[in-house]
Design a protein around this ligand. Structure first.
Ligand SMILES: Nc1nc(=O)c2c([nH]1)NC[C@@H]1CN(c3ccc(C(=O)N[C@@H](CCC(=O)O)C(=O)O)cc3)C=[N+]21
Length: 287
């Protein structure tokens, strides 16, 4: 079998066009959605991701601001910055770029962001709402993966989804979202025994481990849908996924590429959440 390649870049572009129309309408009503991204330090990967987020936001018409601080910013100072943006009605979304420097407690920071502006969907209130299937800000990468799966028209109900990786950002929430879509979900991680036996049972295999070419053709069931969440920068500067693309292509029915798969959807879902947040303030001001 030769897999159909899921063009995340294209799906994301179409979604951004729709979002652009929505933002134009909101702006006419005097409400321009605003997103502030807070970066502490100068991690080159973070700077590169943020440029992508800025480009997508501005293309859609979302007002974008980058708050860039030195590595030495204290946790108290950062919490104060977040508090100011919690109060600032020009901004409907607040994203603190992760990872943070070691002297800052990530949990404290995430909990400081108002759940109403938490466009990453990382605040425990929003995680809880997601878990219980309520309407909320869904975390961007998992939500983008569900959109990509829906594009394939593959039925999710009753399918065996195997997720490799159990991070709070990707692995755990993507499994929950697919459980909410009536899939049967298995989580695998670094301590899992006989990983390949499990991955070979997957109708849908989601790989988020952060190791280049971790999954090969022999780990994949014929006809499976394979979603590669890896973003591994190789020594030659090229970006590479967690899945061995050329091998997987021969076995899978659908496969996401890296770059051009999940990444562009992540960025687009962030803009989606920002627009959603702006619309919610509109609803609140009318009651
Ligand atoms: N608070 C927070 N929220 C995040 O959502 C968040 C974060 N912190 N920290 C880092 C990770 C990583 N992440 C990516 C976003 C886009 C691409 C992306 O667009 N990738 C392109 C390639 C980009 C390139 O060439 O560098 C692609 O796959 O086609 C990748 C990775 C968001 N993250």
């Amino acid at each position: 079998m030769t897999a159909e390649i899921i063009n995340g870049k294209e799906v994301a572009k179409n979604k951004r066009e729709e979002l652009g129309n929505e933002v134009a309408k909101l702006t006419q009503q005097g409400l321009t959605p605003g997103l502030v991204v807070i970066l502490v330090g100068n991690d080159p990967a973070s700077l590169s991701y943020i440029r992508g987020k800025q480009k997508a936001a501005e293309e859609i018409g979302v007002h974008f601001k980058l708050e860039h601080f030195e590595e030495t910013l204290s946790e108290t100072e950062l919490l104060d910055v977040i508090e100011n943006y919690n109060q600032d009605s020009r901004f409907h979304g607040i994203l603190v770029q992760l990872p943070l420097p070691k002297h800052i407690n990530e949990t404290a920071v995430i909990e400081k962001i108002s759940p109403e502006k938490d466009v990453d969907g990382f605040h425990p209130v929003n995680v809880g709402r997601m878990l219980t299937g309520q309407d909320t800000f869904l975390p961007c990468t998992p939500a983008g993966i569900v959109e990509l799966l829906k594009i394939t028209n593959v039925e999710l109900t009753g399918k065996h989804v195997v997720v490799i990786g159990r991070s709070n950002l990707v692995g755990k929430p993507v499994g929950q979202l697919l459980l909410n879509e009536n899939a049967t979900v298995t989580y695998c991680h670094s301590r899992t025994k006989n990983l390949s036996e499990l991955t070979k049972q997957a109708d849908i295999l989601i790989v988020a481990v952060g190791r280049a070419n971790f999954i090969g053709g022999k780990d994949i069931k014929e006809g499976a849908v394979v979603i590669d969440v890896g973003v591994n920068r190789l020594e030659n500067g090229k970006l590479c996924g967690d899945v061995h693309f050329d091998e997987a292509k021969e076995v899978a029915s659908y496969l996401t590429p890296v770059p051009g798969g999940v990444g562009p959807m992540t960025i687009t879902m962030l803009a989606h959440n920002t627009v959603k947040s702006a619309k919610q303030t509109l609803q609140k001001s009318h009651v």
